[in-house]
Design a protein around this ligand. Structure first.
Ligand code: PEP
Ligand code: MG
Length: 541
């Protein structure tokens, strides 16, 4: 029987194959009394040096710049003077080498976790240093990826940069981690390699080695025990190359724009979608300590616009905060960051950053043929939408939208549409805020199911607002990537769907198989359903 686990889709694509778990880290033996502290310290330093060398060599050999940079940072952590000093103190206090290294790295790790956000996401780097240094001290092999002799889906708590750098797409079909986030190294490096990846997937580590799984890196769904005939060959889906007309439409010709969610030009796969419906600009700057300058941003946006001549590109202004912290926009410690200063709210404190970004988008758009529009994340009130629209229009960007990610915005969709040109519903956050359920929580995944009738009602409100005011309403949350959900959205009156590029062909096919009336009937049946399962079943009929 198939069991379904849910996590966060972190790198789009679908893969099926047997799952294998990353080996457990080396265990510390009971400490022995230290009789020769100098020799013990030499042992500890030799381990640290070996780890430094190993990671440095991998950094030098890494083909991708992202991988190389991440490994260089990890090598720098390993070579840090304070680490050696701390280890020396611990050894002189009577700890054996492996215990001293583990204790000092545990302290550094706690400091990173306490700092939160992006720094906390680096905790896995230190765990990996510890495991490697402890293994070296104990004369054990350095931790490595499993090698079952055939392609497999990798399961892990999280991947260190060193592990992630070893991900060979010809051996590893997909990655599922129980921890991690959209900005963890696992996610960054898996995206760079085009590996379907689901992070923060509770229950992933309970999957037994060899069990067939199907991983959907767009929706975060992991089917365990596979919806598959026995013996089906391991595989990873490829993006269907479409030549000719890319426009989405129902069987009776009702047009529905099928757009891509991207975080940079590398994710734009021409020949799949009609344009970009969500350009997550924060992904470009997630490692920047200082705010990117206007010139730097203009160059980055122009690169994307140049790749999409005559195509629509919806640029989202920086969505910083909560699960997507940016080092240059770190706020003082917030007890509840998801309900704090994030998305457009950052402009309350740093309007300069928003203004610079808007100026950069306008400058980049002026020199390119892409049809650029701009939208704000986390809009909550009509006043916020109006202020944002005024800033953009003053800067020469005439087409402005608001994301609907907060129930308050859905409820006032008509009024918001009177001050902006379009809405884009972000179902990921709209679920989180409607159900008061952290979007990273595997335990609450039933509440985060986009088929929840309450979420459908809010999306229906937005679509109806668009129809009433005569302005487009799109959906750019991960739910748009589910072909059945796409049918439902079109039936509700949504005019464009934006998703991870690999999901587009299946959505195009699902729409082409239904008339607009079929979609409308399915949507009405789903709205009348009592629970997610019934809503889903109503559309699948
Ligand atoms: C969303 O919240 O649905 C969305 C598209 O934005 P993000 O996933 O980047 O928060
Ligand atoms: Mg969002």
């Amino acid at each position: 029987m198939t069991e379904v686990l849910r996590g966060l889709g972190a790198s789009a694509g679908v893969a099926t194959g047997p799952a294998y778990r990353l080996a457990d880290p080396p265990r510390l033996p009971p400490p022995h009394p230290v009789t020769d502290p100098d020799a013990e310290l030499d042992r500890a330093y030799a381990a640290i040096d070996a780890v430094c060398r190993d990671i440095g060599e991998r950094a030098a050999a890494a083909a991708e710049p992202t991988t190389a940079e991440i490994l260089r940072v990890q090598a720098a952590l390993a070579g840090d003077r304070t680490l050696r000093d701390g280890v020396a103190m611990a050894v002189r206090a009577g700890h054996p080498a492996p215990h001293a290294v583990a204790a000092v790295l545990a302290e550094h790790r706690s400091a990173l976790l306490a700092a939160g956000g992006l720094l906390a996401a680096r905790a896995a780097d230190l765990d990996d240093l510890r495991d490697r240094a402890v293994a070296h001290c104990l004369g054990l092999p350095m931790p490595a990826l499993p090698d079952p002799g055939h392609p497999f889906v990798l399961l892990a708590v999280d991947l260190s940069p060193a592990d992630a750098a070893m991900l060979d797409p010809s051996r590893v079909l997909a990655v599922v981690t129980s921890a991690g986030s959209f900005v963890s190294h696992t996610a960054i490096l898996a995206r760079a390699r085009g590996l379907p990846t689901v992070v923060a997937c509770a229950g992933a580590l309970d999957i037994r080695d060899g069990t067939p799984v199907t991983v959907d890196g767009a929706t975060g769904r992991v089917a365990v025990g596979a919806d598959e005939p026995a013996g089906a060959a391991p595989r990873r889906s490829r993006i269907e190359a479409v030549t000719g007309d890319l426009r989405g439409r129902t069987a009776d010709g009702h047009p529905v724009a099928l757009l891509a969610n991207i975080g940079g030009v590398a994710e734009w796969t021409g020949g799949t979608a009609e344009g970009v419906g969500l350009f997550r600009t924060e992904m470009l700057f997630q490692h920047h300590i200082d705010a990117p300058t206007e010139a730097e941003q203009t160059a980055a946006y122009a690169e994307v616009f140049r790749a999409l001549p005559d195509c629509p590109v919806i640029v989202r202004t920086l969505d910083a905060g909560a699960d997507k912290p940016l080092p240059f926009l770190r706020e003082d410690h917030e007890p509840n960051p998801a309900l704090g200063i994030r998305g457009l709210r950052v402009a309350r404190r740093r309007e300069d950053i928003l203004r610079t970004q808007i100026a950069a988008i306008a400058a980049a758009a002026a020199g390119c043929r892409a049809r650029v529009s701009v939208m704000a994340p986390m809009v909550t009130t009509v006043a916020e939408a109006a202020q944002f629209a005024a800033l953009c229009r003053d800067a020469g960007l005439p087409t402005v939208g608001a994301m609907v990610e907060v129930p308050a915005a859905a409820v006032r969709a008509v009024e918001i549409l009177q001050v902006v040109d379009f809405l884009s519903v972000g179902t990921n956050d709209l679920s989180q805020y409607t159900f008061a359920a952290d979007r990273r929580s595997g335990e609450l995944s039933d509440l985060l199911d986009p088929w929840q009738p309450a979420l459908l009602s809010l999306v229906a409100l937005c679509a109806a607002a668009g129809a009433a005011v005569g302005r487009p309403v799109g959906v750019c949350g991960e739910a748009a990537a589910d072909p059945d959900f796409a049918v439902l959205l079109v039936g509700l009156g949504v005019s464009s769907l934006s998703m991870a590029p690999p999901a587009v062909p299946a959505v195009r096919a699902a729409l082409a198989a239904r008339t607009l009336d079929d979609c409308r009937r399915a949507a009405q049946a789903a709205l009348a359903a009592r629970d997610p399962a019934a809503a889903r079943a109503a559309v699948r009929l």
